[in-house]
Design a protein around this ligand. Structure first.
Ligand code: CO8
Length: 162
């Protein structure tokens, strides 16, 4: 199964968290499971992603939730509209991100993020994400993602589109 991020067009593939063209980035890969309506991302933090010894830095966890959410939004929107990402490479940016750190996240094990779209409406998708370390839920996230169109971020252009 091809990761959602690999459908992003090159001009939108430089993101630090999820861009396949960012050699220094995290380059997370999110897989969509249409039958469950859920997304999954697996990521193993490096030893230098430390908060206090033995535990993962919260900013990294927020980045994982952030970029996992944008991919979940693209996949959920495509499914809701009956579109293929191959033909319609949807791209979302984060309008709002809330992260609840429920427990310290141990540094070492692979982390699993599971996402679901709670709302798909117009160009907006609301995504809930749970992050697990060795089966234990340690982080919960909620993000509002907005679909962007051609010209996003260019000087003088309005945001949005899609
Ligand atoms: C190029 C690819 C990069 C991918 C990076 C992946 C993750 C990231 O780190 S993104 C970087 C950080 N994010 C940004 O820089 C985005 C900056 N913000 C913007 O450009 C704009 O505010 C943008 C595009 C999010 C929304 O603008 P606009 O298109 O005018 O949205 P707008 O029409 O006002 O709102 C659309 C919907 O989103 C909702 N919304 C917008 N902002 C928010 C917010 N902060 N909180 C909650 N809801 C919001 C609106 O209420 C509206 O909902 P509804 O349809 O129910 O009324």
């Amino acid at each position: 199964m091809k990761a959602v991020q690999l459908y992003y067009p090159p001009e939108w593939a430089h993101c630090y968290g999820c861009g396949y063209l960012n050699a220094q980035g995290l380059r997370i890969e999110t897989h969509w499971h249409p039958e469950r309506g859920e997304s999954e991302t697996r990521f193993t933090p490096k030893p230098y992603h430390t908060a206090i010894p033995g535990f993962v830095y919260g900013g990294l966890l927020a980045s994982l939730v952030d970029c996992h959410s944008t991919a979940t939004a693209a996949a959920a929107k495509a499914q809701a509209e009956g579109l293929s990402l191959e033909a319609h490479p949807l791209r979302f940016v984060t309008a709002s991100l809330k992260v609840d750190y429920l427990k310290p996240t141990p540094l070492g094990p692979e982390l699993l993020l599971v996402g679901r779209a709670r709302e798909v409406k117009g160009k907006k998708v609301v995504v809930e994400t749970e992050l697990f370390a060795e089966g234990v839920l340690t982080v919960r996230g909620e993000a509002v993602l907005v679909q962007i169109g051609e010209g996003f971020g260019r000087s003088g252009s309005a945001p949005g589109g899609g």
